[in-house]
Design a protein around this ligand. Structure first.
Ligand code: FRU
Length: 482
């Protein structure tokens, strides 16, 4: 049933059916990429969360694997197996995840068979019995685990009431007994409000500490028991038991549409991140569709020229490109009638004079009643600009979220913007000069909403525009249950 849904992406990973949220346990193990994810196989709703599992050898096509973790009938994860990671414990694949019981989550451990298909929960779960004593926490869950010499270190996402989000640091010899070290870093929730796009919130979900070249990065999803859901990261220096932040950045301008990201370093030394692209249509439409949640394309994260991270889809995805169309160079508006589709990869090099704007429309109906517009603006001063996604006309369905999104765009002196837009039915991922913006769009006439257009205001040049249809990936099915 789900496959007849015209809004279902065809080259993004989606679960076989039911509900998907965060990526979990990301790893490149014996040459195979493993993607686990928060999963309710029974319904497209966030309830009694399992760990789904898929594998890939190329980050492009995926094989569904049996469900990895099922909530216990008793025990500390009877109400859900929430987010966590996979580590290599001397050759033994080991999961550290949040077991949910009642309204509470606590760290749990499970070990896997060599093929990572069968998992055994540790009888000693939970391996940490409670949040740090004497600390009033807003929440306590999600894990980042790594080894330094002989010692395992772990971060648990949390928040200190009255202060802000935090990541608690622990140490262990065996992944089973943990010593609390202290907060690695604590945010200041009084600095900003829920309306601010870079507010660090009252709780940090899905903390992720990693290094790209010489820069240390502490990524987290800012949360506040209310409307705030956005992915942020600190750049800075991790040393000893502390993270010394230098700057705060937004990881994706789509806010809630690229949530709970997790990263891994693959065998090629690349830092790869996935995030959860949640639904933007009404609950009823989601229930009818039978599935919910899209995994982002795998993104390669590298140090950007301005201290922020640069993001781009992994180059492997180019393998799906078909029917190449090349246009340009040209100045001003373009005739892009030769390009249409709902599975597209658009790549363009733009040059904007100060004050200029370029609008790339996608998913346009012939009458223009529905359209989604990626807008690039260079400020009159020339040194900076804005990346904007206009979804206001993306759907005539009143139950669909059509709020716009935007964020800062760095500009070099020549006004160049390298823009890439991936359209996959309802899933949209935009990359502009290394900045990312993911969102969902649901035209009411999906079969007709295939047009692409480009218009400019002020002096702007399209140095080139290349377009491809993207082939669908066939997810090879396997029995759902081990
Ligand atoms: C983030 C999150 C995590 C939690 C999981 C539950 O989206 O709320 O904090 O572990 O989802 O599914």
């Amino acid at each position: 049933r789900a496959f007849r849904d015209p809004h279902r992406p065809r080259f993004h990973f989606t679960s076989p059916g039911g509900w998907l949220n965060d990526p979990n346990g990301l790893s490149h193990w014996d040459g195979v990429y493993h993607l686990f994810y928060q999963y309710n196989p029974l319904a497209p709703a966030h309830h009694r969360i399992h760990w789904g599992h898929a594998t890939s050898t190329d980050l492009v096509t995926w094989t569904d694997e049996p469900v990895a973790l099922v909530p216990g009938t008793t025990g500390p994860d009877r109400d859900g197996c929430w987010s966590g990671v996979l580590v290599d414990d001397g050759g033994v694949p080991t999961l550290v995840y949040s077991g949910r019981h009642g309204e509470r989550e606590l760290p749990c451990v499970a070990t896997g068979s060599p093929d990572l298909r069968h998992w055994t929960k540790d009888p000693a779960n939970p391996v940490i019995a409670a949040p740090p004593e004497g600390v009033d926490v807003t929440a306590y869950r999600d894990h980042c685990v790594w080894k330094e010499g002989d010692v395992w270190r772990q971060l648990v996402g949390s928040g200190i009431r009255g202060q802000g989000g935090t990541a608690f640091l622990y140490e262990s010899q065996d992944l089973r007994h943990w010593r609390y070290v202290g907060p690695l870093l604590t945010g200041d929730a009084s600095h900003g409000t829920a309306a601010d796009l870079d507010w660090t919130g009252t709780m940090w979900e899905c903390v992720d500490l990693f290094r790209v070249d010489g820069t240390d990065v502490l990524a987290f999803s800012a949360w506040d028991e209310g409307a705030t859901h956005h992915p942020l990261y600190w750049t800075g220096r991790y040393e000893g038991d502390r993270f010394e932040p230098s700057a705060l950045h937004r990881l994706d301008y789509g806010q809630n549409y690229f949530y709970a990201p997790q990263s891994t370093r693959d065998a090629h030394g690349r830092r790869i991140v996935f995030g959860w692209l949640q639904e933007g249509r009404g609950e009823e439409a989601t229930a009818r569709a039978g599935w919910s949640g899209v995994m982002s394309l795998p993104r390669l994260v590298t140090p950007g020229p301005d201290g922020a991270l640069a993001q781009a889809p992994v180059p492997e995805l180019a393998r799906l490109r078909r029917d190449h169309v090349h246009v340009g160079p040209f100045e001003g508006d373009a005739d892009l009638d030769a390009i249409r589709g709902d599975q597209l990869d658009l790549e363009t090099t733009l040059r904007l004079a100060p004050g200029a704007t370029v609008r790339l429309g996608v998913r346009e109906t012939p009458d223009g009643a529905e359209r989604t517009v990626v807008e690039i603006t260079r400020d009159p001063a020339g040194t900076s600009g804005t990346l904007r996604l206009h979804r206001e006309a993306s759907s005539l369905d009143p139950d669909v979220d059509t709020a716009p999104r935007h964020g800062d765009l760095p500009f070099g002196p020549d006004g160049t913007v390298e823009l890439r837009v991936l359209v996959d039915h309802s899933a949209l991922e935009v990359f502009a000069n290394g900045r990312a913006l993911a969102a969902r769009v649901y035209p009411t006439r999906p079969d007709e909403a295939t047009g692409v257009s480009l218009t400019t205001t002020g002096r702007a040049t399209v140095a080139r525009l290349d377009a491809w249809h993207m082939a669908p990936i066939e997810t090879a099915p396997r029995p759902l249950w081990p």
